[in-house]
Design a protein around this ligand. Sequence first.
Ligand SMILES: NC(=O)c1ccc[n+]([C@@H]2O[C@H](COP(=O)([O-])OP(=O)(O)OC[C@H]3O[C@@H](n4cnc5c(N)ncnc54)[C@H](OP(=O)(O)O)[C@@H]3O)[C@@H](O)[C@H]2O)c1
Length: 297
Amino acid sequence: MECVLVTGATGKQGGAAVRHLLSDGYEVRILTRNPGGDSARRLIAAGAQAAQGDYEDRASVRAALQGVSAVFSVQMPGPHERNHAALLVEEAKRSGVRHYLHTSAAAVSRRTAFPRWGTGYWYDDYWRAKWDNEERVRRAGFAQYTVLRPAFLMENFLPPAVARMFPDLRHGELATVMRRDTVVDLVSAEDVGAFATAALRAPERFSGQSIDLAATAASVGQIGETLSMALGREIRVVELSPAQAVARGQSRGWVRGQEWTNEVGYQVDIESATQHGVPLTSLAAWAATHRNRFVFD
Ligand SMILES: NC(=O)c1ccc[n+]([C@@H]2O[C@H](COP(=O)([O-])OP(=O)(O)OC[C@H]3O[C@@H](n4cnc5c(N)ncnc54)[C@H](OP(=O)(O)O)[C@@H]3O)[C@@H](O)[C@H]2O)c1
């Protein structure tokens, strides 16, 4: 049976990839720094093998790749993102991986056209690293590769991400620097996992492509209404200034990300995203499915 190494498995997209790959009959190995943690244990109970590993430890990644024919690759933003991405590509090449699935971010191909590009205002290195890592994958010489580029993940409304991104949601407030009429392109991490599995199953339809992913384009006002309907309680949209958001505990980087959504946005061609034969989950359907995972005071 084909064995797939999933990185970021204890997180949103990797976790979804594990679930979809297992249910599609793949052997799955997860790379995690903490195999004893709750998330890893749930995946192991569902049938995944655990490989304790860290991008900071090349030998651990090399060991995790033994006997693996495909990789699901995700890295965290920050000063180490490029090094971590490069290490995984190098080790995957070295161990003979056939299909490399990499998740990046929507809009990255338009980055140089963002207004204020080159001034650092949008933390340009976030976008440069995303692009450089994609290019590394495309040029590495894998027999097959697929790049997935999610827009805003719906799972940002759930723990653990919600505490950092929408800390007031637990009081029923969608308090955000994004304006009420700002349109947000959203996709579920579960659908990223479904795309990864479909790409592995049918490389002739996916390999060589870099695919922007979104299912729903909704204004912040509509997001509030959709969540209210699905959760059966009022979710009030509260517009914050950047300073107010920082005062409420939101990080400056995330605040700038919300300003980016107001001014630029992912602008995914959702019609194209639906052409790949993988069903995409609307925000309403996603929220109804996951309503029990929302946490309120
Ligand atoms: N949130 C969004 O709306 C959005 C949209 C587009 C793109 N993105 C991109 O998506 C990526 C994050 O994906 P996600 O939200 O699915 O992740 P996540 O839920 O934040 O999970 C992070 C994962 O990274 C793993 N990890 C962290 N440091 C590691 C290290 N040193 N070595 C090995 N693994 C490590 C963690 O594994 P362990 O703790 O188990 O080791 C964990 O599974 C970011 O690059 C972000 O820019 C996010």
